[in-house]
Design a protein around this ligand. Structure first.
Ligand code: FES
Length: 80
């Protein structure tokens, strides 16, 4: 035990289901990866369909669903 308190990991799950992929989920993933380089507590993963295809591209941050996402909105919710 080091006595240091580790920051909790924040988990971003970017939907790469068929609809979100067609709606530029790659842009969200690239933005999330760029943000992760400045925020080491951020973990970024791709995931399958989040069952909200009509509102994609979608992602989850710590289990909360964000729909109709854009990279600038992601920046706002990650680093308010
Ligand atoms: S493909 Fe992303 S919610 Fe279904």
């Amino acid at each position: 035990m080091t006595g240091q308190t580790e920051a909790p990991i924040r988990l971003v799950r970017v939907c790469f289901g068929p609809n979100c992929s067609r709606n530029f989920a790659i842009d969200l993933l690239l933005e999330a990866e760029a943000l992760r380089r400045r925020a080491p507590d951020l973990q970024v993963v791709q995931c399958g369909c989040l069952s909200n295809c009509d509102w994609g591209p979608n992602l989850e941050l710590d289990g909360r669903l964000y729909t109709d996402m854009e990279p600038q909105l992601l920046r706002r919710i990650i680093a308010p």
